[in-house]
Design a protein around this ligand. Structure first.
Ligand code: HEM
Length: 552
Protein backbone atom coordinates (compact mmCIF):
# COMPACT_ATOMS: atom_id res chain seq x y z
CA UNK A 1 0.00 0.00 0.00
CA UNK A 2 2.91 2.34 0.83
CA UNK A 3 4.25 1.84 -2.68
CA UNK A 4 0.98 2.83 -4.29
CA UNK A 5 1.85 6.54 -4.76
CA UNK A 6 5.17 5.59 -6.39
CA UNK A 7 3.39 3.17 -8.66
CA UNK A 8 0.98 5.91 -9.72
CA UNK A 9 3.92 8.23 -10.41
CA UNK A 10 5.58 5.57 -12.57
CA UNK A 11 2.37 4.93 -14.50
CA UNK A 12 1.94 8.70 -14.99
CA UNK A 13 5.54 9.05 -16.16
CA UNK A 14 5.28 6.17 -18.65
CA UNK A 15 1.98 7.47 -20.02
CA UNK A 16 3.51 10.92 -20.54
CA UNK A 17 6.54 9.39 -22.19
CA UNK A 18 4.79 7.09 -24.60
CA UNK A 19 1.65 8.96 -25.54
CA UNK A 20 2.25 12.40 -26.94
CA UNK A 21 -0.81 14.57 -26.88
CA UNK A 22 -1.63 18.27 -26.85
CA UNK A 23 -4.90 17.67 -24.99
CA UNK A 24 -5.01 19.85 -21.89
CA UNK A 25 -7.71 17.59 -20.45
CA UNK A 26 -5.48 14.51 -20.67
CA UNK A 27 -2.50 16.42 -19.26
CA UNK A 28 -4.67 17.65 -16.36
CA UNK A 29 -5.99 14.16 -15.76
CA UNK A 30 -2.49 12.70 -15.65
CA UNK A 31 -1.16 15.48 -13.44
CA UNK A 32 -4.02 15.85 -10.98
CA UNK A 33 -6.34 12.87 -11.51
CA UNK A 34 -3.94 10.30 -10.07
CA UNK A 35 -3.12 12.08 -6.78
CA UNK A 36 -6.75 13.05 -6.26
CA UNK A 37 -7.91 9.49 -6.88
CA UNK A 38 -5.26 8.15 -4.57
CA UNK A 39 -6.12 10.60 -1.79
CA UNK A 40 -9.85 10.03 -2.06
CA UNK A 41 -9.22 6.29 -1.87
CA UNK A 42 -6.84 6.34 1.08
CA UNK A 43 -7.16 9.50 3.24
CA UNK A 44 -9.16 9.25 6.46
CA UNK A 45 -10.12 12.94 6.29
CA UNK A 46 -10.59 14.85 3.06
CA UNK A 47 -9.83 18.56 3.24
CA UNK A 48 -8.60 21.01 0.62
CA UNK A 49 -5.20 21.08 2.34
CA UNK A 50 -4.89 17.29 2.16
CA UNK A 51 -5.75 17.29 -1.55
CA UNK A 52 -3.32 20.13 -2.26
CA UNK A 53 -0.54 18.42 -0.40
CA UNK A 54 -1.20 15.13 -2.25
CA UNK A 55 -1.06 16.90 -5.63
CA UNK A 56 2.14 18.72 -4.65
CA UNK A 57 3.86 15.53 -3.46
CA UNK A 58 2.76 13.69 -6.58
CA UNK A 59 3.99 16.44 -8.94
CA UNK A 60 7.37 16.79 -7.21
CA UNK A 61 7.87 13.00 -7.29
CA UNK A 62 6.82 12.88 -10.93
CA UNK A 63 9.25 15.64 -11.88
CA UNK A 64 12.07 13.93 -9.96
CA UNK A 65 11.27 10.62 -11.60
CA UNK A 66 11.36 12.24 -15.05
CA UNK A 67 14.63 14.07 -14.31
CA UNK A 68 16.32 10.95 -12.98
CA UNK A 69 15.23 8.97 -15.99
CA UNK A 70 16.44 11.62 -18.45
CA UNK A 71 19.85 11.82 -16.79
CA UNK A 72 20.20 8.08 -16.27
CA UNK A 73 21.73 5.38 -18.47
CA UNK A 74 18.24 4.01 -19.00
CA UNK A 75 17.39 6.85 -21.35
CA UNK A 76 17.79 5.79 -25.01
CA UNK A 77 19.84 8.93 -25.79
CA UNK A 78 22.15 8.49 -22.79
CA UNK A 79 25.16 7.63 -24.96
CA UNK A 80 25.02 10.98 -26.75
CA UNK A 81 26.95 13.78 -25.00
CA UNK A 82 25.47 17.13 -24.12
CA UNK A 83 25.21 19.63 -21.28
CA UNK A 84 23.37 18.33 -18.23
CA UNK A 85 20.79 21.15 -18.33
CA UNK A 86 19.93 20.24 -21.94
CA UNK A 87 19.59 16.58 -21.05
CA UNK A 88 17.34 17.44 -18.10
CA UNK A 89 14.83 19.74 -19.80
CA UNK A 90 14.07 21.39 -23.13
CA UNK A 91 13.33 24.58 -21.24
CA UNK A 92 17.05 25.34 -21.07
CA UNK A 93 17.45 25.30 -24.84
CA UNK A 94 14.23 27.28 -25.30
CA UNK A 95 15.65 30.00 -23.02
CA UNK A 96 18.88 30.05 -25.02
CA UNK A 97 16.76 30.48 -28.15
CA UNK A 98 15.06 33.52 -26.60
CA UNK A 99 18.42 35.33 -26.56
CA UNK A 100 18.60 34.96 -30.34
CA UNK A 101 22.08 33.40 -30.37
CA UNK A 102 21.09 29.78 -30.84
CA UNK A 103 23.30 29.49 -33.94
CA UNK A 104 26.45 30.28 -31.97
CA UNK A 105 25.36 28.18 -29.02
CA UNK A 106 24.89 25.10 -31.20
CA UNK A 107 28.17 25.73 -32.98
CA UNK A 108 29.94 25.95 -29.61
CA UNK A 109 28.23 22.75 -28.39
CA UNK A 110 29.40 20.89 -31.49
CA UNK A 111 32.93 22.19 -31.01
CA UNK A 112 32.87 20.88 -27.47
CA UNK A 113 30.91 17.63 -27.73
CA UNK A 114 31.34 16.50 -31.34
CA UNK A 115 29.06 16.02 -34.32
CA UNK A 116 26.10 14.56 -32.46
CA UNK A 117 25.01 16.48 -29.38
CA UNK A 118 22.04 15.97 -27.10
CA UNK A 119 20.41 19.40 -26.95
CA UNK A 120 17.23 18.32 -25.17
CA UNK A 121 15.98 15.26 -23.31
CA UNK A 122 14.83 13.76 -26.61
CA UNK A 123 16.65 16.02 -29.03
CA UNK A 124 19.83 15.70 -31.02
CA UNK A 125 21.70 18.28 -33.06
CA UNK A 126 23.70 16.71 -35.89
CA UNK A 127 26.58 18.47 -37.66
CA UNK A 128 27.88 15.59 -39.77
CA UNK A 129 27.32 16.50 -43.44
CA UNK A 130 27.56 12.88 -44.56
CA UNK A 131 24.37 12.09 -42.59
CA UNK A 132 22.29 14.82 -44.24
CA UNK A 133 21.02 12.82 -47.27
CA UNK A 134 19.87 9.95 -45.02
CA UNK A 135 18.03 12.27 -42.64
CA UNK A 136 16.60 14.84 -45.04
CA UNK A 137 16.53 12.81 -48.26
CA UNK A 138 13.61 11.02 -49.93
CA UNK A 139 13.48 8.18 -47.41
CA UNK A 140 14.52 10.35 -44.54
CA UNK A 141 12.94 11.29 -41.25
CA UNK A 142 9.53 13.11 -41.08
CA UNK A 143 9.20 16.73 -39.99
CA UNK A 144 9.05 17.55 -36.29
CA UNK A 145 6.09 18.95 -34.32
CA UNK A 146 7.78 22.32 -33.75
CA UNK A 147 5.42 24.40 -35.90
CA UNK A 148 2.49 23.39 -33.71
CA UNK A 149 4.21 25.44 -31.03
CA UNK A 150 5.19 28.37 -33.27
CA UNK A 151 1.69 28.65 -34.70
CA UNK A 152 0.06 28.05 -31.29
CA UNK A 153 -2.14 25.27 -32.62
CA UNK A 154 -2.65 21.62 -31.79
CA UNK A 155 -4.25 20.92 -35.15
CA UNK A 156 -3.59 21.88 -38.76
CA UNK A 157 -0.07 23.29 -38.76
CA UNK A 158 1.04 25.06 -41.97
CA UNK A 159 2.57 22.90 -44.67
CA UNK A 160 6.12 23.30 -43.33
CA UNK A 161 5.10 21.63 -40.05
CA UNK A 162 3.09 18.64 -41.26
CA UNK A 163 4.59 15.55 -39.68
CA UNK A 164 2.90 12.91 -41.80
CA UNK A 165 5.25 12.71 -44.78
CA UNK A 166 2.59 11.62 -47.27
CA UNK A 167 0.21 14.35 -46.19
CA UNK A 168 3.06 16.83 -46.31
CA UNK A 169 3.91 15.93 -49.88
CA UNK A 170 0.24 16.17 -50.90
CA UNK A 171 0.01 19.62 -49.32
CA UNK A 172 3.24 20.63 -51.04
CA UNK A 173 1.89 19.94 -54.54
CA UNK A 174 0.03 23.24 -55.00
CA UNK A 175 3.10 25.06 -53.64
CA UNK A 176 5.28 23.26 -56.14
CA UNK A 177 2.92 24.27 -58.99
CA UNK A 178 2.80 27.86 -57.71
CA UNK A 179 6.59 28.09 -57.50
CA UNK A 180 7.52 26.04 -60.57
CA UNK A 181 9.62 27.65 -63.31
CA UNK A 182 6.52 28.27 -65.47
CA UNK A 183 4.80 30.10 -62.59
CA UNK A 184 7.93 32.12 -61.78
CA UNK A 185 7.59 33.90 -65.14
CA UNK A 186 4.30 35.33 -63.87
CA UNK A 187 6.06 36.80 -60.86
CA UNK A 188 8.76 38.54 -62.95
CA UNK A 189 6.44 41.47 -63.40
CA UNK A 190 5.71 41.70 -59.67
CA UNK A 191 9.40 41.55 -58.76
CA UNK A 192 10.12 44.16 -61.44
CA UNK A 193 7.40 46.51 -60.18
CA UNK A 194 8.51 46.37 -56.58
CA UNK A 195 12.20 46.62 -57.51
CA UNK A 196 11.49 49.78 -59.51
CA UNK A 197 9.60 51.15 -56.53
CA UNK A 198 12.60 50.41 -54.28
CA UNK A 199 14.96 52.13 -56.74
CA UNK A 200 12.74 55.26 -56.83
CA UNK A 201 12.57 55.31 -53.07
CA UNK A 202 16.34 55.12 -52.79
CA UNK A 203 16.76 57.75 -55.52
CA UNK A 204 14.81 60.15 -53.35
CA UNK A 205 17.32 59.54 -50.57
CA UNK A 206 20.32 60.24 -52.86
CA UNK A 207 23.37 61.33 -50.83
CA UNK A 208 21.72 60.60 -47.48
CA UNK A 209 21.91 57.60 -45.17
CA UNK A 210 19.60 54.75 -46.15
CA UNK A 211 18.90 51.95 -43.74
CA UNK A 212 19.19 49.05 -46.15
CA UNK A 213 18.13 46.31 -43.72
CA UNK A 214 14.81 48.03 -43.07
CA UNK A 215 14.26 48.93 -46.74
CA UNK A 216 14.80 45.33 -47.81
CA UNK A 217 12.43 44.17 -45.07
CA UNK A 218 9.66 46.44 -46.32
CA UNK A 219 10.42 45.59 -49.95
CA UNK A 220 10.28 41.84 -49.47
CA UNK A 221 7.15 42.04 -47.31
CA UNK A 222 5.27 44.09 -49.93
CA UNK A 223 6.46 41.74 -52.63
CA UNK A 224 5.47 38.60 -50.74
CA UNK A 225 1.99 40.00 -50.12
CA UNK A 226 1.69 40.71 -53.87
CA UNK A 227 2.99 37.30 -54.71
CA UNK A 228 1.01 35.33 -52.13
CA UNK A 229 -2.24 37.31 -51.89
CA UNK A 230 -2.24 39.56 -54.96
CA UNK A 231 -1.48 42.64 -52.78
CA UNK A 232 -2.36 43.92 -49.34
CA UNK A 233 0.77 45.69 -48.10
CA UNK A 234 2.42 49.04 -48.90
CA UNK A 235 5.17 49.27 -46.30
CA UNK A 236 7.62 50.87 -48.73
CA UNK A 237 5.18 53.68 -49.47
CA UNK A 238 3.46 54.13 -46.12
CA UNK A 239 6.00 52.86 -43.61
CA UNK A 240 4.68 50.53 -40.96
CA UNK A 241 1.80 52.40 -39.26
CA UNK A 242 0.02 49.17 -38.35
CA UNK A 243 3.29 47.75 -37.06
CA UNK A 244 3.00 44.55 -39.09
CA UNK A 245 6.74 44.34 -39.64
CA UNK A 246 7.31 44.89 -35.91
CA UNK A 247 4.70 42.27 -35.13
CA UNK A 248 6.37 39.82 -37.46
CA UNK A 249 9.70 40.41 -35.74
CA UNK A 250 8.28 40.25 -32.22
CA UNK A 251 6.01 37.36 -33.13
CA UNK A 252 8.97 35.38 -34.42
CA UNK A 253 10.71 35.78 -31.09
CA UNK A 254 7.83 34.06 -29.28
CA UNK A 255 7.44 31.67 -32.21
CA UNK A 256 11.09 30.60 -31.88
CA UNK A 257 10.65 29.89 -28.17
CA UNK A 258 7.53 27.81 -28.73
CA UNK A 259 9.28 26.08 -31.64
CA UNK A 260 11.28 24.36 -28.91
CA UNK A 261 8.39 23.86 -26.48
CA UNK A 262 5.57 22.95 -28.86
CA UNK A 263 3.12 21.77 -26.19
CA UNK A 264 3.60 25.03 -24.27
CA UNK A 265 2.87 27.01 -27.46
CA UNK A 266 -0.37 25.09 -27.84
CA UNK A 267 -1.26 25.93 -24.21
CA UNK A 268 -0.44 29.60 -24.67
CA UNK A 269 -2.51 29.64 -27.84
CA UNK A 270 -5.51 29.46 -25.49
CA UNK A 271 -4.44 32.67 -23.73
CA UNK A 272 -4.16 35.21 -26.56
CA UNK A 273 -3.12 38.13 -24.32
CA UNK A 274 0.15 36.43 -23.38
CA UNK A 275 1.37 36.04 -26.94
CA UNK A 276 -0.20 39.17 -28.36
CA UNK A 277 2.29 40.08 -31.14
CA UNK A 278 2.25 36.53 -32.49
CA UNK A 279 -1.55 36.32 -32.26
CA UNK A 280 -1.96 39.75 -33.88
CA UNK A 281 0.35 38.80 -36.71
CA UNK A 282 -1.55 35.55 -37.27
CA UNK A 283 -4.82 37.55 -37.35
CA UNK A 284 -3.28 39.94 -39.87
CA UNK A 285 -2.46 36.95 -42.09
CA UNK A 286 -6.04 35.80 -41.78
CA UNK A 287 -7.35 39.21 -42.88
CA UNK A 288 -5.10 39.15 -45.96
CA UNK A 289 -6.36 35.68 -46.88
CA UNK A 290 -10.01 36.66 -46.37
CA UNK A 291 -9.60 39.81 -48.46
CA UNK A 292 -7.97 37.81 -51.21
CA UNK A 293 -10.83 35.31 -51.16
CA UNK A 294 -13.38 38.10 -51.46
CA UNK A 295 -11.49 39.73 -54.34
CA UNK A 296 -11.29 36.42 -56.16
CA UNK A 297 -8.63 35.46 -58.66
CA UNK A 298 -7.51 38.38 -60.83
CA UNK A 299 -4.07 37.01 -61.61
CA UNK A 300 -2.04 33.90 -60.91
CA UNK A 301 -0.65 34.67 -57.50
CA UNK A 302 0.46 31.91 -55.16
CA UNK A 303 -3.02 31.86 -53.58
CA UNK A 304 -4.38 30.90 -57.00
CA UNK A 305 -2.49 27.62 -56.67
CA UNK A 306 -2.90 27.12 -52.91
CA UNK A 307 -6.64 27.53 -53.38
CA UNK A 308 -6.48 25.01 -56.27
CA UNK A 309 -7.96 27.65 -58.62
CA UNK A 310 -5.71 26.25 -61.36
CA UNK A 311 -7.50 22.89 -61.08
CA UNK A 312 -11.21 23.77 -61.44
CA UNK A 313 -12.28 20.17 -60.81
CA UNK A 314 -10.89 20.41 -57.27
CA UNK A 315 -12.67 22.04 -54.36
CA UNK A 316 -11.07 24.78 -52.31
CA UNK A 317 -9.17 23.66 -49.20
CA UNK A 318 -10.52 24.80 -45.81
CA UNK A 319 -10.07 28.50 -45.04
CA UNK A 320 -7.76 27.88 -42.06
CA UNK A 321 -5.39 25.89 -44.28
CA UNK A 322 -5.22 28.79 -46.75
CA UNK A 323 -4.63 31.26 -43.95
CA UNK A 324 -1.86 29.14 -42.42
CA UNK A 325 -0.13 28.56 -45.74
CA UNK A 326 -0.51 32.23 -46.71
CA UNK A 327 1.19 33.25 -43.46
CA UNK A 328 3.88 30.67 -44.14
CA UNK A 329 4.56 32.26 -47.53
CA UNK A 330 4.92 35.71 -46.00
CA UNK A 331 7.05 34.65 -43.05
CA UNK A 332 9.06 32.10 -45.04
CA UNK A 333 9.53 34.42 -47.99
CA UNK A 334 9.99 37.94 -46.69
CA UNK A 335 12.35 37.83 -43.73
CA UNK A 336 14.57 35.27 -45.44
CA UNK A 337 15.13 37.12 -48.70
CA UNK A 338 15.53 40.50 -47.00
CA UNK A 339 18.05 38.92 -44.66
CA UNK A 340 20.01 37.53 -47.62
CA UNK A 341 19.90 40.85 -49.49
CA UNK A 342 21.19 42.69 -46.43
CA UNK A 343 24.04 40.19 -46.05
CA UNK A 344 24.98 40.49 -49.73
CA UNK A 345 25.30 44.26 -49.42
CA UNK A 346 27.10 44.02 -46.09
CA UNK A 347 29.60 41.61 -47.65
CA UNK A 348 30.10 43.83 -50.72
CA UNK A 349 30.68 46.90 -48.59
CA UNK A 350 33.20 45.17 -46.38
CA UNK A 351 35.00 43.47 -49.31
CA UNK A 352 35.81 46.21 -51.82
CA UNK A 353 37.58 43.84 -54.24
CA UNK A 354 34.42 41.69 -54.50
CA UNK A 355 32.30 44.80 -54.92
CA UNK A 356 34.47 45.98 -57.84
CA UNK A 357 34.27 42.58 -59.57
CA UNK A 358 30.52 42.27 -59.16
CA UNK A 359 30.02 45.84 -60.31
CA UNK A 360 31.99 45.02 -63.47
CA UNK A 361 29.76 42.01 -64.14
CA UNK A 362 26.60 44.02 -63.56
CA UNK A 363 27.88 46.80 -65.85
CA UNK A 364 28.63 44.24 -68.55
CA UNK A 365 25.09 42.84 -68.56
CA UNK A 366 23.18 45.91 -67.42
CA UNK A 367 24.84 48.91 -69.09
CA UNK A 368 23.05 52.25 -68.93
CA UNK A 369 19.75 51.95 -70.75
CA UNK A 370 19.39 48.18 -70.25
CA UNK A 371 16.07 47.25 -68.71
CA UNK A 372 16.59 47.30 -64.96
CA UNK A 373 14.73 44.15 -64.03
CA UNK A 374 15.29 41.92 -67.05
CA UNK A 375 16.10 38.44 -65.77
CA UNK A 376 17.45 37.10 -69.05
CA UNK A 377 21.09 37.80 -68.10
CA UNK A 378 20.98 36.17 -64.67
CA UNK A 379 21.89 32.76 -66.06
CA UNK A 380 25.25 34.02 -67.31
CA UNK A 381 26.20 36.08 -64.26
CA UNK A 382 28.43 33.55 -62.60
CA UNK A 383 30.06 35.97 -60.19
CA UNK A 384 26.66 37.18 -59.01
CA UNK A 385 25.69 33.56 -58.24
CA UNK A 386 28.94 33.05 -56.37
CA UNK A 387 28.45 36.20 -54.27
CA UNK A 388 24.88 35.25 -53.34
CA UNK A 389 25.84 31.66 -52.50
CA UNK A 390 28.70 32.89 -50.37
CA UNK A 391 26.44 35.31 -48.48
CA UNK A 392 23.98 32.45 -47.91
CA UNK A 393 26.81 30.21 -46.71
CA UNK A 394 28.30 32.67 -44.27
CA UNK A 395 25.03 34.20 -43.09
CA UNK A 396 22.27 31.63 -43.72
CA UNK A 397 18.89 33.34 -43.20
CA UNK A 398 17.67 30.15 -41.54
CA UNK A 399 20.56 29.33 -39.25
CA UNK A 400 19.28 26.44 -37.19
CA UNK A 401 16.07 25.00 -38.65
CA UNK A 402 15.31 21.81 -40.59
CA UNK A 403 13.94 19.89 -37.64
CA UNK A 404 12.85 16.31 -38.09
CA UNK A 405 11.49 13.76 -35.65
CA UNK A 406 11.45 9.97 -35.61
CA UNK A 407 7.79 9.27 -34.73
CA UNK A 408 7.32 7.95 -31.20
CA UNK A 409 5.45 4.91 -32.46
CA UNK A 410 7.75 4.07 -35.38
CA UNK A 411 10.89 1.97 -35.33
CA UNK A 412 14.15 3.77 -34.58
CA UNK A 413 16.40 4.87 -37.45
CA UNK A 414 19.83 3.39 -38.15
CA UNK A 415 22.21 5.54 -40.15
CA UNK A 416 25.61 3.90 -40.35
CA UNK A 417 26.84 3.60 -36.75
CA UNK A 418 24.21 6.04 -35.49
CA UNK A 419 20.98 4.81 -33.93
CA UNK A 420 18.20 7.37 -33.49
CA UNK A 421 15.49 5.98 -31.19
CA UNK A 422 11.75 6.61 -31.69
CA UNK A 423 10.55 9.94 -30.39
CA UNK A 424 13.87 11.72 -31.05
CA UNK A 425 13.92 15.17 -32.63
CA UNK A 426 16.83 15.98 -34.90
CA UNK A 427 18.12 19.44 -35.77
CA UNK A 428 20.59 20.04 -38.54
CA UNK A 429 22.04 23.53 -38.06
CA UNK A 430 23.11 25.17 -41.36
CA UNK A 431 25.19 27.82 -39.59
CA UNK A 432 27.41 25.28 -37.82
CA UNK A 433 27.72 23.08 -40.92
CA UNK A 434 28.54 25.91 -43.28
CA UNK A 435 31.24 27.27 -40.98
CA UNK A 436 32.89 23.93 -40.40
CA UNK A 437 36.46 23.82 -41.83
CA UNK A 438 35.88 20.17 -42.79
CA UNK A 439 33.28 21.42 -45.27
CA UNK A 440 34.70 24.71 -46.49
CA UNK A 441 38.25 26.07 -46.46
CA UNK A 442 38.51 29.36 -44.58
CA UNK A 443 34.97 28.87 -43.33
CA UNK A 444 34.67 32.27 -41.67
CA UNK A 445 35.99 34.21 -44.66
CA UNK A 446 33.78 35.75 -47.33
CA UNK A 447 35.31 34.26 -50.46
CA UNK A 448 32.90 34.01 -53.44
CA UNK A 449 35.69 32.61 -55.63
CA UNK A 450 35.37 29.26 -53.83
CA UNK A 451 32.12 28.62 -55.75
CA UNK A 452 33.79 29.32 -59.10
CA UNK A 453 36.74 27.07 -58.25
CA UNK A 454 34.40 24.29 -57.15
CA UNK A 455 32.39 24.45 -60.37
CA UNK A 456 35.57 24.46 -62.47
CA UNK A 457 35.06 27.99 -63.79
CA UNK A 458 38.39 29.21 -62.49
CA UNK A 459 41.54 27.48 -61.33
CA UNK A 460 42.54 27.58 -57.70
CA UNK A 461 45.87 29.16 -58.67
CA UNK A 462 44.08 31.97 -60.47
CA UNK A 463 41.83 32.87 -57.56
CA UNK A 464 43.08 35.38 -55.02
CA UNK A 465 42.93 33.62 -51.63
CA UNK A 466 40.75 35.21 -48.97
CA UNK A 467 42.41 37.81 -46.83
CA UNK A 468 42.22 35.32 -43.92
CA UNK A 469 44.72 33.04 -45.71
CA UNK A 470 48.21 33.15 -44.28
CA UNK A 471 49.67 31.31 -47.24
CA UNK A 472 48.69 30.46 -50.82
CA UNK A 473 49.23 26.78 -50.12
CA UNK A 474 46.26 25.08 -48.55
CA UNK A 475 43.91 22.23 -49.19
CA UNK A 476 40.79 23.40 -51.02
CA UNK A 477 37.70 21.95 -49.33
CA UNK A 478 34.23 22.51 -50.73
CA UNK A 479 31.51 20.13 -49.60
CA UNK A 480 28.27 21.29 -51.20
CA UNK A 481 26.19 18.72 -49.31
CA UNK A 482 26.92 20.86 -46.28
CA UNK A 483 25.49 23.94 -48.02
CA UNK A 484 22.13 23.90 -46.31
CA UNK A 485 20.77 27.42 -46.79
CA UNK A 486 17.66 26.06 -48.52
CA UNK A 487 17.85 22.71 -46.72
CA UNK A 488 17.94 19.43 -48.58
CA UNK A 489 15.62 16.77 -50.03
CA UNK A 490 11.92 16.66 -50.91
CA UNK A 491 10.92 18.84 -47.95
CA UNK A 492 13.48 21.56 -48.61
CA UNK A 493 12.63 25.20 -49.38
CA UNK A 494 10.00 25.18 -52.09
CA UNK A 495 10.53 28.93 -52.66
CA UNK A 496 14.22 28.71 -53.56
CA UNK A 497 13.75 29.59 -57.24
CA UNK A 498 11.58 32.61 -56.45
CA UNK A 499 13.94 33.79 -53.71
CA UNK A 500 17.00 33.65 -55.96
CA UNK A 501 15.18 35.41 -58.79
CA UNK A 502 14.16 38.19 -56.41
CA UNK A 503 17.62 38.56 -54.86
CA UNK A 504 19.40 38.60 -58.24
CA UNK A 505 17.00 41.19 -59.64
CA UNK A 506 17.41 43.55 -56.69
CA UNK A 507 21.20 43.25 -56.56
CA UNK A 508 21.56 43.95 -60.29
CA UNK A 509 19.11 46.86 -60.23
CA UNK A 510 20.71 48.56 -57.23
CA UNK A 511 24.26 48.11 -58.49
CA UNK A 512 23.28 49.45 -61.90
CA UNK A 513 21.79 52.59 -60.37
CA UNK A 514 23.78 53.38 -57.23
CA UNK A 515 27.16 53.31 -55.65
CA UNK A 516 27.15 52.43 -51.95
CA UNK A 517 29.43 52.98 -49.01
CA UNK A 518 28.95 52.16 -45.35
CA UNK A 519 27.36 54.82 -43.17
CA UNK A 520 30.00 56.79 -41.30
CA UNK A 521 30.50 55.83 -37.68
CA UNK A 522 28.87 52.43 -38.12
CA UNK A 523 31.08 49.60 -36.97
CA UNK A 524 30.89 46.56 -39.32
CA UNK A 525 31.58 44.31 -36.32
CA UNK A 526 28.07 45.16 -35.21
CA UNK A 527 26.69 43.11 -38.06
CA UNK A 528 27.46 39.66 -36.77
CA UNK A 529 27.21 40.73 -33.16
CA UNK A 530 23.62 41.86 -33.50
CA UNK A 531 22.22 39.11 -35.73
CA UNK A 532 19.38 37.32 -33.96
CA UNK A 533 18.26 33.81 -34.80
CA UNK A 534 14.50 33.53 -34.33
CA UNK A 535 13.59 30.71 -36.76
CA UNK A 536 14.50 33.18 -39.49
CA UNK A 537 17.44 35.38 -38.63
CA UNK A 538 16.97 39.09 -38.11
CA UNK A 539 19.61 41.38 -39.58
CA UNK A 540 21.03 44.64 -38.30
CA UNK A 541 19.87 47.86 -39.90
CA UNK A 542 22.94 48.33 -42.15
CA UNK A 543 23.09 52.10 -42.69
CA UNK A 544 24.65 53.02 -46.05
CA UNK A 545 25.24 56.17 -48.03
CA UNK A 546 24.23 55.80 -51.62
CA UNK A 547 24.78 57.95 -54.63
CA UNK A 548 23.24 57.77 -58.07
CA UNK A 549 25.74 56.51 -60.59
CA UNK A 550 26.30 59.04 -63.33
CA UNK A 551 26.42 56.41 -66.11
CA UNK A 552 23.01 54.91 -65.26
C1 HEM B 1 16.84 33.37 -49.18
C2 HEM B 1 15.61 33.01 -49.02
C3 HEM B 1 15.13 31.73 -48.37
C4 HEM B 1 15.80 30.84 -47.59
C5 HEM B 1 17.26 30.90 -47.15
C6 HEM B 1 14.88 29.80 -47.22
C7 HEM B 1 15.20 28.70 -46.43
C8 HEM B 1 14.31 27.70 -46.08
C9 HEM B 1 14.63 26.59 -45.23
C10 HEM B 1 15.98 26.32 -44.58
C11 HEM B 1 13.51 25.84 -45.12
C12 HEM B 1 13.35 24.59 -44.23
C13 HEM B 1 13.23 23.35 -45.02
C14 HEM B 1 13.25 22.12 -44.15
O1 HEM B 1 12.43 21.96 -43.23
O2 HEM B 1 14.12 21.30 -44.38
C15 HEM B 1 12.49 26.46 -45.90
C16 HEM B 1 11.22 25.98 -46.05
C17 HEM B 1 10.25 26.63 -46.77
N1 HEM B 1 10.36 27.82 -47.47
FE1 HEM B 1 12.03 28.87 -47.73
N2 HEM B 1 13.67 30.07 -47.78
C18 HEM B 1 13.77 31.24 -48.50
C19 HEM B 1 12.79 31.86 -49.24
C20 HEM B 1 11.52 31.39 -49.41
C21 HEM B 1 10.50 32.01 -50.21
C22 HEM B 1 10.67 33.27 -51.05
C23 HEM B 1 9.36 31.27 -50.05
C24 HEM B 1 8.00 31.45 -50.66
C25 HEM B 1 7.77 31.90 -51.82
C26 HEM B 1 9.68 30.17 -49.17
C27 HEM B 1 8.81 29.21 -48.78
C28 HEM B 1 9.14 28.11 -48.01
C29 HEM B 1 8.20 27.08 -47.66
C30 HEM B 1 6.74 27.03 -48.06
C31 HEM B 1 8.89 26.14 -46.90
C32 HEM B 1 8.37 24.81 -46.34
C33 HEM B 1 8.73 23.70 -47.31
C34 HEM B 1 8.25 22.35 -46.90
O3 HEM B 1 8.02 22.12 -45.71
O4 HEM B 1 8.07 21.49 -47.77
N3 HEM B 1 11.00 30.28 -48.80
N4 HEM B 1 13.00 27.61 -46.48
Amino acid sequence: MDDLPLLFVQIGHQLFRRHETYSIAIHALLLFGAPLLLTVGTASMLTFGVLLSACWTYLVTLILSILLYRLSHLHPLSKYPGPICCRASKLWHACVVLKGRQHEYLQALHERYGDVVRIGPNDLSIRDASLIPAILGASGVPKGPNFHGSMLTATNPPMVGIQDTRLHLTRRRPWARGLALSALKEYDRLIGKRTNQLVHLLENGHGTVAVLGEMFGYFSYDLMCDMAFGGGAELMEEGDPKKVWCLLTEGLEAGAFFHQMDWLGVYFGHIPAVVKPLQTFLMHGKTLALERMQRGSTRRDLFHYLNEEDLPEKTSPPLQQLVDDGILAIVGGSDTTSSCLTSVFFALLTHPETYVKLQAEVDKYYPAGEELCATKHHRDMTYLHAVINEALRLFPPVMTLSTRKVPARAPGVHIRSLYIPPGTSISIPPYALQRDPRNFSFPSAFWPERWLIASGQIELEDAPPPSAASSRIFEFVHNEVAFMAFSHGPMNCVGKGFALQEIRTVVCALLQRFSFRLGEGWDPREYEATVRDYIVSSRPALPVILERRTSS
